[in-house]
Design a protein around this ligand. Sequence first.
Ligand code: FEO
Length: 400
Amino acid sequence: MKCAINITKNVYWLGVNDRETHLFENVWPLENGVSYNSYIIVDEKTALIDTVKEMKFEEYIEKIKGVIEDRPLDYLIINHMEPDHSGCIKAIAKEYPDIKIVGNTKTFDFLKEFYGDFDNLYTVKDGEELSLGEKTLKFYFTPMVHWPETMMTYDMQDKIMFTGDAFGSFGTLDGGIFDDELNLEFYESEMRRYYSNIVGKFGMMVQRAMQKLASVDIKVLAATHGPIWRTNLEYVLSRYDMWSRYEPEEKDAVLVIYGSMYGNTRKMADVIARSISEEGIKNVKVYDASKLHLSYVINEVFRCKGIVMGSCAYNAGLYYPMEIITTKLKHTGVKNRLFAAFGTYAWSGGGVSNLNKFAEDIKWEVVADSVEAKCAPKAEDMQKCVEIGKKMAAAIKKDL
Ligand code: FEO
């Protein structure tokens, strides 16, 4: 039975959905699952583009054979070596011992170290072309989107760019596989959560890749995760451009994120949020860092222009849920945000001072003096929270 889906006449999607794995890279929650997209081109030669996670091999090989039946597989093109895509390489090479594995020198370094030695390696250079018969493929190196070996493969005839992780999304493909067959509202947030957590650190390299692609006539963007883009290309390209420049997606949005052991810092968060709202800003979200997984916090930071952070002191430092957030944000290098800090302490401090240090390190614009209440906030502390809200709202409005 043919389970593959045509993208164009001789190009098929061979992806699989993963609704079983709880955590992507064993750290990012997959509440909506994820797809691993692989593709096959059938010409005088056959070419597979990337594979899928090892656990899905049985379903995957059935799809391949459903398309090519008894024909051999001539090429396996590896755009990206992370094991969610390279996991079936060994099994494919065993099934098709004469297959030529196509990649660059960095690809083959990872290939050997992950899976051992292979025969028939076909090394390509940036810009090199490979003829499959009627079709010619062209390779574009796009390092660090998402690993150093990453490249994209372009079908010059059908103008399909196979992009690896770029333009990917969390979320399974439930029936529809193309952007115009799906409810894009569902993918809006999951795509940003994927980008911000997985690729977000490499904004400059994403910008370089996009400049490289700008002169290529692309009709379809075929990523390794999530929807295949054939109708709303401008939508996905403009979002990637914005995110990789670390521009917030919503300039009127404010995130209030806090860590609170016994509710005192939380009370301050609510007063700040109310004050922002009283100044006419409607796009405000307040989250408890102990409850919202880090990946959703990072997603929110990529969405929002204003970030107000609160922390109680914990053993003379930041409360751990806030510490992990600030560490990940510094690592990701998010820029261009408006910032204010608040929190509580009992004896040593360490919460608010570290939030201020964080803002200095990451070079965010501090729009208001911080407030740190002793044990529980008093009326004068709450007044300072009101001031934080007013100043944040004013700074947001200035930029609209
Ligand atoms: Fe989906 Fe970087 O692997």
